[in-house]
Design a protein around this ligand. Sequence first.
Ligand code: HEM
Length: 507
Amino acid sequence: MELLSVPWSLLSSCCNNVTLLGIFLTAFVLLFDFMKRRKTWTRYPPGPSSIPFLGSMLHVDFQQPHVSFTQLSKKFGNIFSFQICWRNLVVLNGFEVIKEALINKSEDIADRPRLPLYEHLGICGKSAGMILARYGRAWKDLRKFSLSTLRNFGMGKKSLEERIIEEAGFLSSAFESEESRPFDPHFIINNAVSNVICSITFGDRFEYTDEKFQKLLHLFEESMKLATGFLPQMLNAVPSMMYLPGPHQKILQIPKQIIRILKEIVDEHKKIWDPANKKDFIDAFLGEIEKTKGDQETTFNELNLLFTTSDLFSAGTETTSTTLRWALLFMLLHPDIQSKVHEEIDQMIGRERKPVLGDQVNMPFTNAVIHESQRCGDIVPIGLPHMAYRDTEILGFFIPKGTVVVTNLSSVLKDETYWEKPHQFYPEHFLNAEGQFVKREAFLPFSAGRRVCLGEQLARMELFIFFTTLMQRFTFLIPENQPKPQLDPCFAVTSSPHPYQICAKLR
Ligand code: HEM
């Protein structure tokens, strides 16, 4: 009693009676509100225990969160709750649950959580770019504009197909210049894939040796690495830590450098901008800024142009490039499957003509191999975070507005109740008994619903043309005296293979 009385006496000496009454009333209202919320949250999903400050973070390995989530789902069920510091998350697992959420409750979970860390860069409100934009008018206008502009600059049309075919030629020549010596294909593939985004956004491709291009690619790769792990989670949960000095300050330095380079490119565009001749995405966006001047609600402003361009670059390079690296790795490890792809290419295209998108319908086996590479590569294992836009219910569980919703896409691509051989590379998953290609509902590497990947069509075109062009020209081999490359992935926003060496032998 004596111990307790000390703070009380201190408190009463500092506060007058009116303040004390205020404190009591506030505490009472908060307690009442908490009890009320608990009551309506009786169907809130179960989950692992939380500790003050850290929440349930210690239950997750942030280097491979999908593995932890899949393990937790075995204990708590396919819909379970979780806490990062004091932020509530619900993690969805398995095909049935994720289909119900992303497709049937698409709008209910179409929001994105606030990421205060990136607000330090100015990414918020009407200048949040595309990926992190909150669900609402700004996101809708930007998404509609981006999709139609990508289409106008060729997405789904001949001209972009031609650009991809041309870039596939450069990629193939770069492989050939290695003259069957062992090399790591990572950076060459990155160059080719990001050049496609460059030609859409900046109007031109870069030589693979261009210094500015190499710097930009390197910065994007670094920023991806820094965006993963425990630290960014902490900084988003406790944003005031950003005001303290320390190594965590580095997290924002790289994105700042990226924005600086993109600003230089935008400024160059502004100098020669001609409204009658819009050559690329940046020109079209500048046109939209002009058109919507005076509209208080518009999302078209220069800062948002920088963030959107950066989003297209980061979302459109690493993903497709990593998938291609997985596909080549599977070819190294399965020479029998590689031979069957070669056979189909020889039959349908031959060795001289360049592969085109129209070949895809006649090449079920190659198409199945690409799909299976995406399924097994599983490159965005926990998707991007969603947030409940309104109170909702998923398969009987209550999910309050504002809850972060994590879609464990990996658990769909490897769902043991759906796939015949979930943990093996088995292209037959996408073939029927007659050897024809079949679509599978649980093939969700691009996610689904309102926030489905914006670049899905572009990525599919690139994967087919790049993969088929390389396979037409080369046989891929594990270099002599080198161990078999490993299949366990490394995780940095995307899940990629460990660096490996390859020999590309001309066919
Ligand atoms: C194999 C390649 C790719 C894969 C596997 C992939 C996968 C994904 C996934 C899982 C999401 C999250 C969807 C969600 O929130 O539920 C996403 C979002 C997005 N992707 Fe892709 N992606 C790929 C290629 C691309 C390309 C080439 C572009 C560029 C044009 C792109 C642009 C975007 C954008 C802008 C978003 C955010 C969409 C929004 O929030 O509305 N992606 N992608």
